[in-house]
Structures are given as C-alpha cells and as structure tokens.
Design a protein around this ligand. Structure first.
Ligand code: AMP
Length: 430
C-alpha cells in the first residue's frame, strides 16, 4: 500500500502539530508537502497555486516554526495580500496555527480608519499581514519599520499586478532587508510575474500544484446561451431548484452586482452583494451570512471575491462572463474547494460570445451547452461585431434591450405567473 505522508513526518514543532490536530488536519495537501520541507531549510520559494489548495498553511506553518524569538515584538514577518478579505483570512490562519505559540500578529488594510491598526503596531507585533496601499501609507507616516523582516511573503502576485499594486510593492520591497527569506505565490504565471519573481527571489525552489486544467476538471461546467434581457428570468428559474443551495454569482460591475442582489431579494431569494464600494463591515457581514447559510446567494465582482475562503459553495453562476479568461478559472474555482466537485453555470449573450471563445481557448475544452427554455440561438451563433461587447460609452440600455428582445423574451415574461417547469438538464454538445 502507498505510504501516505502525514504532518507528523514533516518535522514540525509540537505546538504546530497540536494546532493542526485541533483543526483535524493530519495529511498535508500537495502544496504543503512540496513547500514545507524547503521552507524549513530557509530556502526562497515560488509557488504556483490557487486559493483552495492549502497554500496559506504552506507558508504560515514554516514561518511560525522558523521565526526567531530574538527581538520580540518587532516585525519579523511581512505578508502582502491583494485584498482585505484575503489579508484577514491569512491573519486568521496565523491565529489558528499559532495558537500554542507566543507570537503576536496584526492585519492592516485600507478602507477603515487607521487608529486601531496604529495602536496594534505600537503595542508591538512579530507578524504583519497587509494590503500594499495602507501599509505604504503607514510606512510613509513612520508608523512602522521593516528593518527586521526575516520573512517576506507576496501572496497572489498575479492579482496584485492586475490591481495595479506594482508601484506600491516595489516601494515596500526597497525598504526590506536584503537578507531575508522570500516566498512568492501566484495562481498564474506570466512574463511580468516571472520578472517580478526574479527580482525578489534568490535561487528559489519552484513548486506548482493543481495546474489550472486539473482544478477545472473537477468542475462540471455548462454554458447557457441567453439574450441579456432573459438572464434574470433564467437565473430565477435556476435558483428555484433546491440543490442550488449556496450560490456564488459573478457580475462584471459593482452596479450590476447591487442590482442583481436587489432583484433576487424582491423575488424572495435571500442574497447580498460584495464589491469594492461596500464598507468592510458590510462585506464581512455578507460573507458571514453566506457562510452560515443565512443567505442563499452572494453576488460578487471578481476582485471582491478573490481569495474568499468559503467551503461548500454548491454552484458558481457567471451571470456575466469575465472579459479576462483567467478570471473564469478563478471564479469557477470557488466551487471545487480542496478536491471536492463543483458546478459552474455561465450565461453567455451574443455580445459575450468572444469572451467565451477566449475562455474555451484558455481551458482547452468546449464547455457543454445546456438546453433551456430561454436558449438563444443568435447568442450561440454570434460572430463579428455581434459577438463583441458594445463600447461602454455608447451603452444605451434601452436600445440594447430592444435590439435583443425577441419573441422568446416576451413569452417568458408573460409566462412568469404560470407554474415553472422543472429544469431539464439536457446538454447539447456544441
Ligand atoms: P487556502 O488554499 O490556504 O485558502 O486553504 C483552503 C482551505 O483548506 C482552508 O479552509 C484551510 O483551512 C484548508 N486546509 C489547509 N490545509 C489543510 C489540510 N492539510 N487538510 C485539510 N484542509 C486543509
């Protein structure tokens, strides 16, 4: 029989083993197995791994083991994360795995007043998890110094670049000591990421797990060709099914996320929206309500949803397809956590047809087409100008809707009060 490697084979200190046992974790995930031994030896590391692979523990555990006890309460570890949610989650991991150790940590992010964060820093911390903007701000105000940093982690580097943090990150890096251990994580690899990694890392160990295709393979994916005006009715019909019990819906814009959450609530489907314009408190509440199943649906934009750690999402629905094909992979990856299966539905209108083409090129497969009563053949067969999104400036909702509203849509609204037929899960190969 194959010998399974357990956490106790990884030579972790007993305080960490105890914390892991408390979580019920006995076996390291592949990224943990591949990273922890090298990190314990003090090596730099580049990890290509998505959220959901256990990558947080892969760096939190060795850092907690190796962080020195000299200079207590000065910042010895700095972790940079792209979003407040991810920073908060990493902070929670330090609490969980460090429960039986004496280190103090704090989380720093923008969008809230800085007073509490400055007080936490003044009281002395060993570990700081931060988003780049606020950290730089506090550094410029001389509220903290990074002279003693031994471990530097850049998490979700690809998203950091996407979000335009590169200049902030460069400025932060300039203030770090040269002698340090650097850990670099990214879900995807590109030339730009490679360049940044080369600049930051010294003889790094390369670790790659769950390449995108593998993650995608675990997810049942379906495309619904539908005209824009029918999308809401299609969504309602889908959400009536009981097995869609915890659904994460993606839109491209904050405005659309808000509108959709309102629409669903009006139709007695409990939902909330998260995006960058919402206060931190409102976002935390929405995520907690979703995790605790107080709401069935969470509507999110790409950036807001990135890195959110929610298990047991039954379905991801792309109400609007993302304009970057990589975002599709990140989005649907929310539903297949830690090796479980998931389902992703994507709505594609005519003007999103090119997005779908790019997605299928990236994932190297044709997504199965679902047959449904709002099916739009014109969306399916759109080419040329019809397959492209309308330019944003000339976006005129009314004219666009008129252009698209065929008899199918009129039928659907007149049918709204009639009992709904249960959805037929008939798929067509396209
Ligand atoms: P991450 O990729 O760091 O966001 O982790 C994804 C999820 O996996 C989190 O909920 C972790 O608590 C969980 N997790 C991390 N390591 C393990 C493990 N070795 N066994 C089981 N679950 C784990």
């Amino acid at each position: 029989m194959e010998h399974k490697i357990l956490f106790k084979d990884l030579k972790l200190i007993h305080q960490l083993e105890k914390a892991l046992a408390k979580q019920g974790y006995t076996q390291p995930t592949p990224i943990q197995l591949k990273s922890i031994p090298s990190l314990l030896l003090g090596k730099d590391l580049i990890g290509i791994a998505q959220t959901g692979t256990g990558k947080t523990a892969a760096f939190v555990l060795p850092i907690l083991q190796r962080i020195t006890t000299k200079h207590p309460r000065v910042i010895k570890t700095l972790v940079l994360a792209p979003t407040r949610e991810l920073a908060a989650q990493i902070g929670e991991s330090f609490s969980t795995y460090g429960e039986f150790l004496k280190f103090k940590h704090t989380v720093i992010f923008g969008g809230v007043k800085q007073g509490k964060q400055v007080r936490a820093l003044n009281s002395g911390v060993d570990i700081v998890v931060a988003t780049p903007g606020r950290l730089l701000d506090l550094m410029n105000q001389k509220k903290l110094t990074l002279n003693n940093v031994e471990f530097f982690v850049l998490d979700e580097a690809d998203r950091m670049l996407d979000m335009g943090f590169i200049h902030d990150i460069k400025k932060i890096i300039e203030r770090l000591p040269r002698k340090r251990q650097t850990l670099f994580f990214s879900a995807t690899m590109s030339q730009e990421i490679n360049k940044l990694a080369k600049k930051l890392l010294k003889n790094p160990v390369h670790v790659e797990v769950a390449p995108q295709a593998t993650t995608v393979e675990l997810i049942k994916q379906y495309i619904f060709f539908v005209d824009q005006p029918s999308k809401e009715n299609l969504l309602l019909e889908l959400l009536k099914q009981k097995h869609l019990n915890s659904v994460l819906i993606f839109t491209r814009t904050k405005h659309r996320a808000n509108k959709l959450a309102l629409f669903l609530n009006k139709n007695n489907i409990s939902s909330d929206a998260i995006h960058g314009n919402k206060s931190q408190n409102a976002r935390t509440k929405a995520i907690t309500d979703f995790k605790n199943r107080r709401i069935k649906v969470l509507v999110a934009t790409d950036i807001a949803a990135r890195g959110i750690d929610i298990d047991n999402i039954s379905h991801v629905i792309n109400f609007e397809l993302p304009n970057e094909p990589e975002s599709y992979v990140h989005r649907i990856g929310r539903t297949a956590r830690a090796g479980t299966e998931g389902t992703a539905f994507s709505f594609c209108a005519a003007d999103e047809r090119n997005y779908l083409r790019d997605i299928e090129r990236l994932i190297k497969e044709k997504i199965e087409v679902m047959d449904h009563k709002f099916h739009s053949e014109s969306a399916k067969t759109a080419v040329g100008a019809a397959a492209k999104p309308l330019p944003r400036k000339s976006f005129n909702r009314n004219s666009r809707f008129k252009r698209n509203s065929g008899s199918r849509n009129k039928n659907s609204s007149s049918k709204r009060n009639k009992p709904m037929v249960r959805f037929k899960y008939k798929s067509k190969k396209n």
